[in-house]
Write a protein that binds this ligand. Structure first.
Ligand code: GDP
Ligand code: CA
Length: 325
């Protein structure tokens, strides 16, 4: 079986590690291949280095190098380099980069300078983290440089700031008016992305941010059409429980685009291609015709690694049931 997933960072990565665990625990599915299409709209250039936060979170989580408590960055990391940069007055300091983590950004930037595309670079990084051996292929959504910017109201009028600055430094305190994804209209899907959706046996949308993670991938030309056209069932897991995000600020993102902060509101963003939707008991309402809404048998939380595998198994079962319909 080929399973293709679209994913952002922390929520998506934890879910997909659980999905790999769930597949490996089932002799009938252990040989399945998992292709992950990662959001690169969060990418940012810092200190002259290209940082790709969602790709790196996926690499570290799936490869066993993640700082588990934080959800991003490397385990056992230190902040010596960033401290040295601060001593020179070189910023920003609001985006934390550990010393081990710097190695990834230097390697990526070095390879970009040599003319390699992000797809090839991600493949090299993934090899170091043992993803091929786990039957996981990690693809950036596009090789084009794309950046999500947020238009916020400032005293002297509207201003566009980088998504990371709004998310990390501002902590979404300033309401977003809209999101502008620089470069997206000219971006082509990275090699393999559209085929991975069209040729999949099952497509899964993990509980990633529906606007600034999944929503950005959906904006890559061709991705939405591939999802509408694929014969595979498309199954999603709600990132909201009782209308609230588990972590992050999905509600602030949804209100910026005028969508109700609810499991149904998120499903409406995927209405043209979604076949199955896994929700929390607190959100149980019948879905629109044509959408199979399934209520998880407990709180829709991943929790520890085993909890993510259990949740992923439920999404898998929903997808397999839809395939047999
Ligand atoms: P992203 O994957 O880059 O979008 O990273 P985030 O960690 O910011 O997570 C995005 C979404 O995942 C948020 O809207 C969270 O509410 C959701 N999320 C995180 N953990 C869980 C969980 O345990 N269960 C559910 N249902 N959603 C979760
Ligand atoms: Ca992200």
């Amino acid at each position: 079986m080929l399973i293709t997933a679209l994913a952002g960072g922390v929520g998506g990565a934890r879910f997909l590690r659980g999905l790999r665990d769930a597949l490996d625990a089932d002799p009938a599915l252990a040989q399945s291949d998992l292709t992950i299409v990662a959001n690169t709209g969060d990418d940012i250039t810092l200190f002259g280095l290209r940082v790709s936060p969602d790709v790196d979170t996926l690499l570290y989580t799936l490869g066993g190098g993640i700082d588990e408590a934080q959800g991003w960055g490397r385990a056992d990391d230190s902040r010596i380099v960033q401290g040295e940069l601060a001593a020179y007055g070189v910023g920003p300091q609001w985006f934390g980069l550990g010393d081990r983590d710097f190695g990834t950004h230097i390697a990526r930037s070095y390879w970009l300078g040599e003319g390699l595309q992000p797809t090839a670079i991600t493949e090299r990084l993934a090899t170091r983290w043992g993803l091929p051996g786990q039957r996981i292929t990690l693809l950036p959504m596009t090789d084009a440089p794309v950046e999500t910017h947020v238009v916020v109201e400032r005293e002297d009028g509207p201003q566009a700031i980088h998504f990371q600055q709004w998310w990390v430094e501002d902590r979404t305190r300033t309401p977003a008016q809209r999101f502008v994804v620089a470069g997206l209209d000219r971006a082509a899907a990275a090699p393999g992305v559209l085929d991975a959706i069209r040729e999949a046996d099952l497509v899964i949308l993990p509980p990633s941010n529906p606007v600034v993670s999944i929503g950005i991938i959906l904006g890559v030309p061709g991705v939405r059409d591939a999802l509408r056209g694929t014969t595979a069932p498309v199954v999603g897991v709600s990132p909201l429980i009782g209308g609230r995000p588990v972590r992050g600020h999905a509600d602030a993102c949804l209100s910026a685009i005028g969508v109700e902060s609810s499991a149904a509101g998120v499903a409406s963003l995927y209405a043209d291609f979604l076949d199955g939707w896994l929700i929390d008991p607190a959100d149980a309402v019948p879905g629109p015709p044509g959408l199979r809404v399934e209520t998880y048998d407990r709180e829709l939380l991943m929790g520890e690694r085993a909890g993510a595998a259990r949740l992923a198994r439920a999404a898998l079962d929903l997808g397999l049931a839809l395939r047999n319909d």
